[in-house]
Ligand binder design. Structure first.
Ligand code: NAD
Length: 568
């Protein structure tokens, strides 16, 4: 991939302020978002272009990164740049209302859609792993996932406990880009978290940024501190420097059963994401280079032990759920263990009711780099939705406890929930975006705000082991939906549209799409925002209505989303 680009070294994050290098704010937004993804505060391993999620990259090589920047600087307001697996491949005249950048990452034709073929092409520099928000330049660091993790645990607490996790112990693993949100999401829900992580530097990073409280490398010590905090009903988190499988087996040996057990190691990638037991990180990295096959086998051995321990803890009374890293799929596929699926996935368990209403991780980024701009958007959320107590709680907690990484950003789960009459009936996403666009026009916000979302959203993913696991009508693997979502985002005029294979669950296991809309205060931005933030959450409603979910049909009625053939 070459040596890190000189430009990247000079930027060390997104350019900020109100002067722009590109021909317009839509192109400038793409340039800033790409550089924000590769900000050392945001990315897990930026020198290797890795943003998060195992090997999720923002550009295929450093030459490709330089070329994307040159193309964006030259891009006119009526042109569209095409990026194929992290490399710019074309630029065409389109029109002002069309997207400025179209991105496709990691996609392979069905029969070839597997890690082996992907790795062959990747070694030849012909493809790139885009993960979800890495290759679409929408990653905003651990702050982007925190509300999703917080809401998932809050829903679990509502279903199984008294609405919070006080006095409860959550055991998990993986303190990387996404997984690093777990300890803070647990303590925000008043609970206690023990998280195994093999890379000590990752634990240190989470402690430095306020996501985790303490660390240890001793299981007894971790159990003692966690038990004490749980008995006192104090929020507490500890990173345990060890392999996840080893930690869980040690807990079983001690007869310690947590209330909740989950995992966010990068198990979706057995070669470059998950670490086998018995090695330090440096030793394992060496084994991977010298003998990748041996690494892969040992990595799967550890994953199988990891699954066995989760199932045993579940038998002993813990609530177990897979947290979207396909560890169950890996052990089933490569070890023939269908019993791996005897614990549930987090989407059917805790998230699908929100997807039925078009709700998902909606987020926005202040291109000025000024935290005051995000604080003004926080006020706007509270002014627009004064009746939503949980939103107030979320904004208060976020302001108190979440440090900005790179460009200041905020995430809030919004969906359809349309209100108003006739043409003025607008979804909550559209109402929010239009208000922010006004604030930019009025100068109350210094520079444009980019609104985007996770690929893990209501109507944008086909992923049978995660977002579409156990769909009511058995359409888990139907991938027409994310493709329609990407096409609709183009038709509605989003400024960046992307479609990826792989993501959180690995090559061949998911297709998903994303969008960005740049709110620069203009009439054009208002027009785009109204359309995109109606159609995009609307896709979530029709996808789930089509599968027969009553909540989705109810939302369609409330939000005026047409559902053809709904009674057939
Ligand atoms: P990451 O690669 O940045 O971090 C993974 C971490 O796991 C690393 O720090 C690594 O050292 C650690 N690790 C790997 N194997 C281990 C083992 N056996 N024991 C202990 N630690 C180990 O990845 P991430 O961005 O944090 O994502 C984690 C996983 O969650 C990925 O599979 C990702 O696709 C998935 N994911 C889930 C969601 C969600 O919403 N639930 C969202 C995004 C990603």
């Amino acid at each position: 991939r070459g040596d890190p680009s000189e430009q990247w070294r000079e930027y060390r994050g997104a350019p900020t302020g109100t002067d722009i290098e590109c021909e317009g704010w839509r192109q400038e937004a793409a340039l800033r978002m790409l550089n924000n993804n590769l900000d050392p505060e945001v990315a897990e391993d930026p020198e290797n272009l890795v943003v998060y999620g195992g090997t999720g990259r923002a550009a295929r090589s450093w030459d490709a990164y330089d070329s994307i920047l040159s193309e964006l600087r030259a891009l006119e307001g009526n042109e569209t740049l095409l990026v194929q697996s992290g490399k710019p491949v074309g630029r065409f005249t389109t029109h002002e209302r069309a997207p400025r950048v179209l991105i496709a990452n990691s996609n392979l034709v069905g029969k070839w859609d597997n890690w082996d073929h992907f790795h062959e092409l990747e070694a030849e520099g012909k493809i790139m792993y885009g993960q979800m928000t890495a290759g679409s330049w929408a990653y905003i660091g651990t702050q982007g996932i925190i509300q999703g993790t917080f809401e998932t645990l809050a829903e679990l607490a509502r279903q199984h406990f008294d609405g919070d996790l006080s006095g409860k112990v959550v055991v998990t693993a993986g303190l990387g880009g996404m997984g690093g949100a777990q300890p803070l999401a647990v303590t925000m829900n008043e609970g206690v978290c023990i998280a195994a992580e093999v890379a000590e530097a990752r634990i240190d990073r989470r402690i430095e940024t306020g996501y985790c409280m303490e660390k240890t490398d001793d299981t007894d010590d971790a159990i003692e501190r966690a038990t004490e905090a749980a008995q006192a009903r104090e929020p507490y988190s500890v990173g345990v420097h060890m392999n996840a499988a080893d930690l869980l087996e040690a807990l079983l040996d001690h007869g310690f059963v947590p209330d909740i057990i989950t995992d966010q190691t990068s198990a979706h990638d057995a070669l470059e994401g998950y670490y086998p037991s018995g090695y330090s990180v440096a030793e394992a990295d060496e084994l991977r280079t010298e003998d990748p096959e041996q690494y892969w086998m040992q990595s799967l051995d550890t994953m199988e032990r990891h699954i066995d321990a989760i199932l045993e803890l579940q038998d002993r009374g813990a609530i177990a759920f897979e947290y979207g890293n396909n560890i169950r799929g890996q052990v089933k596929e490569h070890r023939g263990r269908s019993d791996a699926f005897e614990f549930q996935g987090f989407v059917p368990a805790y998230i699908r009711p929100q997807f039925c209403r078009g709700k998902g991780p909606f987020r926005w980024v202040a291109l000025s780099g000024d935290p005051d701009d995000i604080h003004r958007t926080d006020e706007a959320v509270l002014e627009l939705f004064p009746e939503k107590d949980h939103l107030r709680r979320w904004i208060d907690l976020a302001q108190e406890q979440i440090q900005f990484q790179g460009l200041p950003s905020r995430v809030c789960w919004f969906g359809c929930n349309a209100e108003g009459e006739g043409d003025d009936k607008l979804t909550e996403r559209a109402r929010f975006a239009l208000r922010i666009n006004e604030l930019v026009a009025l100068g109350e916000i210094a520079a444009p705000i980019v609104v985007t979302r996770d690929h893990l959203d209501a109507g944008s993913v086909a992923s049978p082991n995660r977002e579409t696991e156990a769909m009511r009508d058995g359409t888990d693997a139907v991938a027409d939906w994310p493709i329609l979502n990407a096409l609709l985002n183009c038709a509605a005029g989003a400024d960046i549209v992307s479609v990826h294979d792989g993501g959180g669950v690995g090559i061949g296991n998911a297709l998903h799409a994303n969008n960005h809309v740049v709110l620069d205060g203009s009439e054009l931005a208002a027009e785009k925002a109204t359309r995109v933030f109606t159609t995009d959450p609307g896709m979530g409603v029709i996808r789930h209505a089509d599968a027969g979910y009553e909540d989705a049909l109810d939302e369609a009625d409330q939000s005026d989303v047409p559902v053809p053939m709904r009674d057939q």
